[in-house]
Design a protein around this ligand. Sequence first.
Ligand code: NAP
Length: 398
Amino acid sequence: MSRLNRTDRPYDLVLFGATGFVGTLTAEYLAAHAPKDLRWAVAGHDEGKLERLRERLPGGAEVGVLHADVTEPAGLRALAEHARVVATAVGPYLLHGGELVAACADTGTDYLDLTGEPEFVDLVYVRHDTRARETGARLVHACGFDSVPHDLGVYYTVQQLPEGVPLTVDGYVTADAAFSGGTLASALNQFARGRRVLAAARDRRRHEPRLTGRRVSVPTGAPRFAEEVGAWALPLPTLDPQIVRRSARALERYGPDFRYRHYAAVRHLPVAVGGIAAAGAVLAAAQLPPARRWLSGRLQPGDGPSAERRARSRFAVRFVGEGGGRRVFTEVAGGDPGYDETAKMFAEAALSLAFDDLPPTAGQVTTAQAMGDALTGRLRAAGITFRVAAIRPASSPV
Ligand SMILES: NC(=O)c1ccc[n+]([C@@H]2O[C@H](COP(=O)([O-])OP(=O)(O)OC[C@H]3O[C@@H](n4cnc5c(N)ncnc54)[C@H](OP(=O)(O)O)[C@@H]3O)[C@@H](O)[C@H]2O)c1
């Protein structure tokens, strides 16, 4: 099926999980910012909640309502067949996401999600990439703070560097934010599955074609004081560097030999030490079912930070790129990373897949690969900063 003949589907975009914490913010963003002629629907398993959400949305009378439950594959397939693009905010994706992505791959429907779960992404690649390439479906994961600022930030940084030479980019994340119930549940679930995460990654590598004539690596750096950003750099082994690795493998522009390292940037040493200790404690607690239950009980599904708390939250990702004798300092920055900006990134990525003139891609693809310039332009227009802070010769001091 070619992408062109999907215009006969009733909706351009279906937002699944529209009643959840991020789902509601995304529905509100779409109602306020999407083109007036967007044909879209909210979907989920509780029709009463969906109707109440629709009534609250500006222009809600034009928005469709679709019922689907993650435990009912036939309903998920019908949902996929009704849309050109399905955006799902129903997580944890390892628990709830498998059937919907299968339906989208099989029906040639573009799919995007907010997962930060590496195991889910690797399982989807092994199970559905081939089918999605056959049908033309684009499967795009991590379309929120995980991993849009990092993936598009590296893409943007690479564009400031010379072509055809080895390149290195380091990313330094600072974010001030609180968790929602859905994020906490997804993180704890993934932390508890260490061995299965590694097994899924190994299986993926067995299925991935070899990269010939080019090298791409994303080593986990060691903690260090990074003079170039004036902060302690703590390695951050999240999904983000893996997404960057896949963009670099897919796009020749990243050069013949590309390396990316991903860090949290912390200004003061005691905060850095405390951060490592806290991360270790949560990781350890997630291995023990009673401790995991206690932690996940701190926040219920649907809970999340208040509008006031979100209004005070900010993020910045600083990148230092180097290659061909040039050193470039760039930044991607915005407001509340986990929720307000995530809803914006998610909605704009969905609109980009639905309407932008994009490079021809299919199968499991990254945001940079599928939507690079178009999505960067959309996010800039929506208030997220992408800027070059400085360009210097590579040998100059910081
Ligand atoms: N940085 C990022 O990229 C980022 C940021 C935020 C969130 N996330 C991820 O996004 C996901 C959602 O987070 P959240 O805080 O919005 O979670 P949430 O508030 O718990 O929302 C979950 C949604 O799933 C729906 N749902 C639950 N069971 C279902 C079922 N059986 N069938 C159909 N729908 C079902 C819920 O419906 P009801 O409302 O009817 O219960 C709700 O709409 C999580 O995986 C989280 O990790 C990622």
